[in-house]
Design a protein around this ligand. Structure first.
Ligand SMILES: *Cc1c(COP(=O)(O)O)cnc(C)c1O
Length: 369
């Protein structure tokens, strides 16, 4: 699905030097590398602040807490996402309230958000799934009218844009993941919160470090969720290549789009006029039962072509969220998506010939079945 070593080999000299510099500096927790990365990341995103944390999941938790989400609150989000989105809400003591997705974009459907708002709703948590921006104009409008915070789950969408603004910079806070398979991948776990709100930035800074502003003076019980200096030094190198890599991904996605659009019953990702995808994952919909997804995956796998299903079980039907009392049929578009989506290999270094072979193999399978 992705090839991390090829990318490392292409920047090995720079990365090895940076790592060595940190190892020899003796500064492993926070310090100058983390501060420099935070500044460079904020510049890239067009935000006032960036705060490095230990993972994308922690970025979500700390951003929600920074927005004042507390036990008893409700946070509205999509069930068709990675579980970390909902877990973050749960770990603040709040309740995830799901609303269904728009089948074209797989992102939360703003028309359904308003019906889910109650007096307990504190925040909206849209996800830019696969790197396709959620409709932030409608989401911000609903938030403004109902006095809600907006936290963007931008874990898959660093480098995506909505009306020219980088995703993550549009709501009250944006949450980034640098998990190795994300488009800016660390060599381990890492994440960040970006924001223009000085209070949220300060709050996340305190929370990531045991609620301490100065050593051993604790203003609140916090967490140990700092970004490693080693990861920051690597991310600083990779951030300089991000725009080039993202353009390469978008170009690969355009090739996939062109080739897949010739096949009946396969729906390539939606192309929006007012936004730019990060193309973190390349996901199509198999529209008809006539293309058996399991059999197709086996057929491709036998030819050495990996595929993935993001995500095979929507969150409202997960055992982890049985407590919310949902049943099959509650969110029909999410349930339809879980049966029909299929993701193909996507990374900046993938060769055009590989993409052509992959789509050719899909055609061969359909012809033979
Ligand atoms: C990866 C991901 C996360 C969590 O990020 P981690 O860095 O793995 O903790 C959260 N939300 C979405 C949509 C993701 O894809």
């Amino acid at each position: 699905m992705t090839d991390l070593t090829t990318q490392y080999m292409s920047i090995k000299k720079e990365v090895d030097l940076a790592v060595q510099r940190v190892l020899e500096s003796g500064r492993y927790i926070l310090g100058p590398e983390v501060e420099a990365f935070e500044k460079e990341l904020a510049d890239y995103c067009g935000t006032q602040y960036a705060v490095g944390v230990a993972s994308g999941t922690d970025a979500l938790i700390l951003a929600l807490l920074g927005c004042g989400v507390k036990p008893g609150d409700e946070v509205i989000t999509t069930p068709f996402t990675f579980i970390a989105t909902a877990e973050a809400i749960t770990h603040c003591g709040a309740k995830p309230v799901f609303v269904d997705i728009n089948p074209q974009t797989y992102n939360i459907d703003p028309q359904q958000i308003e019906k889910a708002v109650t007096s307990r709703t504190r925040a909206l948590l849209p996800v830019h799934l696969f790197g396709q921006p959620a409709p932030m104009d409608d989401i911000l409008d609903i938030a403004r009218r109902n006095n809600l915070k907006v936290v963007e789950d931008s874990a898959q969408a660093l480098s995506a844009e909505f009306h020219g603004a980088k995703t993550g910079s549009i709501g009250d806070a944006g949450c980034l993941s640098f998990f190795p398979s994300k488009n800016l991948g660390a060599f381990g776990d890492a994440g960040a919160v970006v924001t223009n709100d000085p209070q949220i930035a300060e709050s996340v800074r305190l929370l990531r470090q045991h609620g301490a502003k100065t050593t051993y003076v604790h203003l609140m019980p916090g967490y140990n969720s700092r970004l490693d200096a080693l990861q920051a030094s690597i991310l600083r190198i990779k951030l300089r290549h991000l725009e080039r890599w993202s353009n390469a991904r978008r170009e690969r996605a355009a090739l996939y789009n062109r080739l897949f659009s010739e096949i009946e019953n396969i729906e390539p990702p939606f192309i929006s006029e007012n936004s730019l995808t990060s193309a973190n994952y390349y996901t199509v919909r198999l529209c008809r039962e006539s293309i058996n997804r399991g059999h197709l995956r086996q057929y491709l796998s036998a030819k050495g072509i990996e595929t993935a299903i993001y995500y095979p079980l929507t969150l409202h039907l997960q055992e982890a969220y049985l407590c919310l009392g949902h049943k099959p049929g509650d969110f029909p578009e999410s349930e339809r998506a879980q049966e029909q989506v299929l993701s193909f290999p996507m990374y900046p270094e993938i060769e055009r010939e590989q993409i052509m072979e992959i789509v050719e193999s899909v055609k061969d399978f359909i012809k033979a079945n």
